[in-house]
Design a protein around this ligand. Sequence first.
Ligand code: AMP
Ligand code: MG
Length: 415
Amino acid sequence: MRKPIPVVEAVRLVMENAQAIGTEMIPLEDTYGRILAEPIIAKHDVPPFNRSPYDGFAVRAEDTAGASGDNRVPFKVIGEIGAGHVADREIGKGEAYRIMTGAPIPINADAVVMLEQTVETPEAFTLRKPFTSGENISLQGEDAKDGEKLIEEGTLIHPGTIALLATFGYAQVKVAKLPVVGILSTGTELLRVDEELTPGKIRNSNGPMIAAQLARMGIGHKSYGMLIDDLDACTETVKRALDESDVLITTGGVSVGDYDYLPAIYERLGAKVLFNKVGMRPGSVTTVAVLGEKLLFGLSGNPSACFTGFELFTRPAILKKMGTKKPYMPRMKAILGEDFTKPNPFTRFVRAVWETSEEGIIVVPAGFNKSGAVSSIARGNCIMVLPSGSRGFTTGMEVDILLLGAEQGVEDWTL
Ligand code: AMP
Ligand code: MG
């Protein structure tokens, strides 16, 4: 007898059992998409010296006093400082260095005059306005101060993070280890992608789909192929796969049909089943078990249910194992663009399409929406959440949508 538990409770149970798997040092160029296992602390000021934000002239502000349109003040140019070079001497009264963007300000200069603000001759220029001390200077440490904690550990490394790591010379970065994830598709009816259809058979779409759902998270996988519904053969493979993986995702065989062997396999392996029925559509038969620190996701064979089960349960659990503090799909409010009148005994997760419009964000179901549907997963760009209750949902109502494939997740999961 299976008793459904609420989705929120199911997610909580899964997350409670998802343990981080340690850290490793990797080269900076391999860190995109990984999770920081150490905070980024400024190792020096940024910028590390006062520098010019423009191409222009470095001057002493005091020498510009009294400059105006009628009283242009002349300066003598005593040299040039390109980016990467330093001035070879101090400037004296009425002197200036020609200076390029990014070049350090000479010791006793305290303002930069932009090229556009001058009238030039080859060795001199004149000015028509006074400058204040510090004008047009990028000050040492204005961006970050030596020792300042800039980014917390547990944060996703994106291109901006990589820029910061590079700034401080992090050639090697401490990141959370990636879990090894296995995928196994079960079902005697399954054919490989390159096989012709024969009576009673269908091609395995879940295996490649899950591989891509993982790839979208920056995670590889080990494929254990497809297995016919045979208890002994499946048990053998699940056991081997589990030995080699931190997370094993199986699809199919978790319903209550004659050939749905996954529950029996969990029992044989001594895995603890966290739940085997969830109050949701699709994917109510989603079953999650744990063996030690290993997680087993028994996703439904129905493609829409499989997809949804992965996004709701597997993805945040893997992200947590990867070390992130923000494992959940971001959520937005959207306006329902068409009626959805099917009654909802359970929370419904509808493959849907969101679009911006003048009225705001509009969402509509992505077409044929049974749990066995595959076309709507292909069309969808989000999951629309319709809470349980007998009333239908009508055009113009506000609903929640969950965003797929977002680089940055959120910390909390509620419905
Ligand atoms: P099951 O979860 O094994 O009861 O399967 C539910 C439905 O999903 C059945 O119609 C299966 O034929 C179908 N199915 C199972 N596995 C896959 C798969 N890997 N790819 C596509 N459809 C599948
Ligand atoms: Mg099956």
